[in-house]
Design a protein around this ligand. Structure first.
Ligand SMILES: [Zn+2]
Length: 149
């Protein structure tokens, strides 16, 4: 189990060092040690990555991209690899009716990339925002249809 975040005491999520190293702003990259790093999952907390070693803490300002679930994240990315925001997903679903993640990505981007380990703060593929945005988009589309009848 991941240790709690030293700032907010919530349990974080283990991330790969490669992810931490590639997402920190360039001047901090060399500060990444050969220890385990965790991602703080709390939306209110300013901590991004932390470790069991005191003082080895990074804030959201130390990370190159906004972390989607943090309160002040802007824009909110549903897919970091292809820089697709939740808003783009909602609009696409609303306009096209597509509901498959891969199809939506292909629709929005000519060249589809997958580099989650290096581009997504959690190191995992796409964010939970993606399915949420699809649901919101489908609802909006449904609503529009009903209103047009
Ligand atoms: Zn925290």
């Amino acid at each position: 189990m991941a240790p709690p975040c030293p700032q907010c005491s919530q349990q974080g999520q283990l991330v790969r060092k490669l992810t931490v190293r590639s997402l920190l702003i360039p001047k901090l990259k060399n500060r990444v040690l050969d220890i385990a790093y965790y991602l703080c999952m709390s939306s209110d907390c300013k901590v991004s990555y932390y470790s069991n070693t005191p003082n080895e803490i990074f804030t959201t300002k130390d990370v190159k991209v906004p972390i989607w679930y943090k309160k002040d994240a802007h824009p909110k990315y549903a897919c970091y690899c292809n820089k697709i925001t939740d808003e783009e997903v909602i609009n696409t679903v609303k306009e096209t009716g597509l509901s498959d993640m891969q199809e939506i990505i292909k629709f929005l981007r000519e060249k589809v990339k997958c580099a989650c380990v290096a581009m997504n703060p959690s190191g995992q593929c796409c964010t939970p925002l993606f399915p949420e945005a699809i649901t919101i988009g489908l609802h909006a589309r449904q609503k529009e249809k009903t209103e047009n009848i």
